[in-house]
Design a protein around this ligand. Sequence first.
Ligand code: GDP
Length: 588
Amino acid sequence: MAEKVIVVSGSITVGELAETLNLPVTTLIGELFKNGIVATINQRLDFETAQIIVEELGLDVEIQKKETAAVERVTHTLSDKAVERPPIVAVMGHVDHGKTSLLDAILETKAVEGEAGGITQHISAYQTVRKGRSITLLDTPGHEAFAALRQHGATLTDVVIIVVAADDGVKPQTVEAIRFAQTAHAKIVVAINKIDKETANSQLVKTQLATEHNLNPEEWGGDTIMVEVSAKTGQGIDKLLDMVLLVADFEELKADIDVPAEGLVIESHMAIGRGSVVGLLVEQGELKPGHFMVAGTAYGKVRTLLDFAGKPIKKAGPSTPVTVTGFKELPQFGDVFTIVKSEKLARQATEKARIERERDAASTNVTGADLLKKMTQKHESQDLNVIVKADVQGSLTSVMDSLKLVDTGGEITLRIIGSGVGNISENDIRLASDENTIIYGFNVELPPAVKRLAMRDKVQVRIYKVIYELLDDARQSMEAMLAPEVVETEIGKLTIKGVFRTLKDEVIAGGEVTSGKAVPNVLVRVKRGDEQLAEAEVTKVQRQQQEAKEVFEGEMCGLSLKTQKKLLVEEGDTLEFFTRELVKRTLG
Ligand code: GDP
């Protein structure tokens, strides 16, 4: 039995976990970093990640998972009527190694095979067909999204395609992706991308994976499938899909269809004229129009059921990504959805979930909020985190390159923690949910539902159409983070000739101005010889019992000083009059 048990419902923030473990948050962030996860204090960690980190820290703490879904999730044992289902595949890897391009290339293949194509809208899951068999592909815009999905069970993804650019090799996010795949018990297929490039070196990638990450290529006698591909020329894409199917065959992926439909919410937003538009991934059973669905605190009746390409369908079986309308409110990304017999049962289930969630929120927020405030003040260190979204890859690249130039290598570091092509999405907001992060959109839109989410989570979203205006904003935001410079200006000196009264926080004395001038409403350093006794505020200066604005060198004057605590000033002490200002700094 562990010394301490922490119950995590779904996920926990880095800050909350640090507090519960009684650890400085920086230690935790450091440990996460070592594991390839760049986290901020407000970032949510899923159950598995928290568990791994606690283990790696060598703490005797057990982390237990608490479900807050409307309907308790039960592990299903397959009946003998279970049917084969398409593999669910996620494409992950380091930024710029070609995830998006690869996904595009794969979907292109499908169009070549003559299936219904024409994907215009951006959705979070697709299907492609290879040799008459379907493959479901999850678009994982950020690893956070993937983590959120995993909160509800590691079985979602069957295969993870890890993309490694042959001209760049294994990078931190590659390592992160490998870890995610391993903790999710997903099979790994490595796609060594960009082999069309002259500088491509796939042998080096294989060596790195084999020696540093224990992923041994089959050709070297290991059991990790690695395929050389080019998302640009299309080379190797078919082979990659064949390998994914091969791995799927090995896993014997099956699901029951004569059970109530169940799965996960993978996207949700409001659309004008359509109400809630929710992306679901069916895991078992068959979802049909007219079904009563429950997901977290939301429920509704399936009004329209569309496939990934927006085509109405009559039913959706296991591993099928669909879009439904009909939820009365928006379920959350990562919620489990289930089907119940009646609207009444649906309502009751969501009510129970709502009460649970509110209770959870109340119990974590009390300590959480204060802690977060405390931490963010400290964390207000020296990073401006930005997420960049742009309309097309070309503008994204140029915005990111220009932003890198704004970072002058000074005190404030500009970190691009996420980027992508397309409108600002809920995932971006989720990734940002930290007051030190700004989401910059270039020529993209902020859909109203996402805007509401941004306002709720106090995430700053700024959209520009002109690149230098965006850069100016980034520069100003960095300047705003610079601690102001303290500038002190000397005004004059005075030698004390007599002390008339000393109170708890006030001294009334007189003296002779020996240089510069004595003025009211400034500060003074009270010195005895070279030793500074205190700082005080000059509240009044008098010349011959008359209040004066300034008294010059060689003249005598009376003074009132406001002190922090009782200050025993003596004849012969010196006062140095000065002002202190905070001056806003600019980047060099
Ligand atoms: P992501 O950040 O992993 O989604 O990477 P992207 O798909 O956006 O690709 C990053 C950059 O690499 C883009 O400029 C692509 O055009 C380029 N790229 C992707 N795949 C290939 C490839 O196979 N060959 C070459 N030459 N360039 C590629």
